[in-house]
Design a binder for this molecule. Structure first.
Ligand code: PEP
Ligand code: MN
Length: 355
C-alpha cells in the first residue's frame, strides 16, 4: 500500500484531534437535527449517524435505512458540517453515492467479511469519497489491512482507519478490548493512514469515553470517532455509551495534547541507558538460548522428552512471584516467560529431530 493520501477534512483545525461525532443511530429527523445542531455549536465539523444498524440479535432497532439520507443532507445544509454514515452492503453504498453524504465508514462486522468489503469496494470504484475502515471484531491485523487494501485497489485514495476495540469474552471492564498493540502496529506499517479511536465502542460506558480518548491522544492517534446523542438515556441503540454534545465538548476541552517531538538532553541520556539495558537483555537471552540448546542435546542423548511440564509450571510460578516482588506486573512476566519458553522448546525440538 503506497501513496495513500491521508483523509483531510478541509474545515477541521490542524491541531489534534480531528473529531467525528454523532448518534449511534439516526432515529428520527428531530433527534438527528437536534444532535447535529448542538454538536455544530460545540465546534464539531464532521457528523456521524448510522442509518443501517448491524444488530447482534434480531428484534432490535435496525436503523431507518435510506429514509435517513435526506436527514443527513439537511444536517449538512443547515449546519455546514460534513456528514458520514456506515455502509455494510453494496446496496447501502449505491444508496449513498448519489447523495450529499461526504464520508463513509465500514463497520467492524463488515471488515471481518472480505466478500462484503470487496462488493462495497466494487460499487465505490471510480468515486472519490473518503472511507474510514473500522477494525474487524476479532484481533486480526491482516484482515483489517486486507479491507483497506481492497478499497485502495478500487481507487479510493482518501482512506483512514478506526480502532473500536476487539471482541472478547471478558466484558467486565471494556465492551471491546483495546489491545492497543494492534492499531499501533498498523500505524507503524502504514503511517500515512490517518487513525481514529472510537472510545464509545471500546468502553461501552460513558465514563470511559474521556479516559480512552486521552489514551488515544497519548498514543498519537489523529482523531476521535465518538457517539453523541442529544438525549443519551433515550437512545434507541448503544445508550450506555453515548454522551451529550456538551459532555463531548468538555472531554475534548480537557484533553492534554502532547506534541513535542524533539528530545531534550535528559531524555537522550535516558534513551542511551535503555539502549544499554536492551543490549544486556539481548546478550542474556542469547546466552539463555545457548544453554537451552545444550539441555536439548542432553535430553536427546538420554532419551528424555522435550517438555517437562512440572519444571515449566514451577519456573512460571516462581518467576512471576519474583516479578511481583520486584514491582512488576506478574501477568506481564507470565507473557515474557511464555514467549521465552516457547522459543526454547522450538529450538530443543529441532535438536531432538536432528539425526
Ligand atoms: C457504530 O459505529 O455505530 C457501529 C456499529 O460500530 P462497530 O462497527 O464498531 O460495532
Ligand atoms: Mn453504536
Amino acid at each position: 500500500m503506497t501513496d495513500t493520501e491521508p483523509i483531510r477534512f478541509a474545515e477541521t483545525a490542524a491541531r489534534r484531534p480531528l473529531v467525528v461525532a454523532g448518534p449511534c443511530s439516526a432515529e428520527t429527523e428531530e433527534q438527528t437535527l437536534a444532535t447535529a445542531r448542538q454538536l455544530a455549536a460545540e465546534g464539531v465539523r464532521v457528523f456521524r449517524a448510522g442509518l443501517w444498524k448491524p444488530r447482534t440479535k434480531p428484534g432490535g432497532f435496525e436503523g431507518v435505512g435510506s429514509a435517513g439520507i435526506a436527514w443527513l443532507e439537511r444536517v449538512k445544509r443547515e449546519t455546514g458540517m460534513q456528514v458520514a454514515t456506515e455502509v455494510a452492503t453494496p446496496h447501502h453504498a449505491e444508496a449513498v453515492l448519489g447523495s450529499g453524504i461526504d464520508l463513509l465508514w465500514i463497520g467492524a462486522r463488515t471488515t471481518a467479511n472480505p466478500f462484503a468489503v470487496q462488493e462495497i469496494a466494487d460499487v465505490l470504484q471510480g468515486h472519490d469519497i473518503p472511507v474510514l475502515v473500522k477494525n474487524p471484531v476479532s484481533p486480526d491485523l491482516e484482515l483489517w489491512i486486507g479491507a483497506v487494501e481492497r478499497l485502495r485497489n478500487a481507487g479510493i485514495r482518501r482512506l483512514g482507519v478506526i480502532h473500536r476495540g476487539f471482541g472478547s469474552l471478558d466484558r467486565s471492564h471494556y465492551r471491546n478490548h483495546p489491545m492497543w498493540a494492534i492499531p499501533i502496529e498498523l500505524h507503524r506499517r502504514f503511517p500515512e493512514l490517518q487513525i481514529f479511536c472510537d472510545p464509545s465502542h471500546i468502553g461501552g460506558r460513558r465514563e470511559l469515553v474521556g479516559p480512552l480518548a486521552q489514551q488515544a491522544m497519548d498514543l498519537g492517534f489523529d482523531g476521535l470517532f465518538v457517539e453523541s446523542h442529544c438525549t443519551p438515556d433515550e437512545a434507541w441503540s448503544d445508550k450506555a455509551q453515548q454522551i451529550t454534545p456538551h459532555e463531548l465538548a468538555l472531554i475534548i476541552g480537557r484533553l492534554v495534547i502532547r506534541e513535542t517531538a524533539t528530545a531534550t538532553g535528559s531524555l537522550n541520556a535516558l534513551r542511551t541507558e535503555i539502549d544499554k539495558l536492551d543490549d544486556r537483555l539481548l546478550e542474556l537471552l542469547a546466552e539463555r538460548m545457548r544453554v537451552a540448546c545444550e539441555i536439548g542435546r542432553y535430553k536427546r542423548e538420554h532419551g528424555m522428552p522435550v517438555l517437562q511440564a512440572r519444571r515449566y509450571e514451577e519456573l512460571l510460578s516462581r518467576r512471576t512471584e519474583q516479578a511481583a516482588g520486584l514491582g512488576m506486573d506478574p501477568a506481564f512476566m507470565h507473557t515474557v516467560l511464555q514467549a521465552i519458553h516457547e522459543e526454547s522448546v522450538r529450538q530443543q525440538m529441532q535438536i531432538i529431530d536432528e539425526k
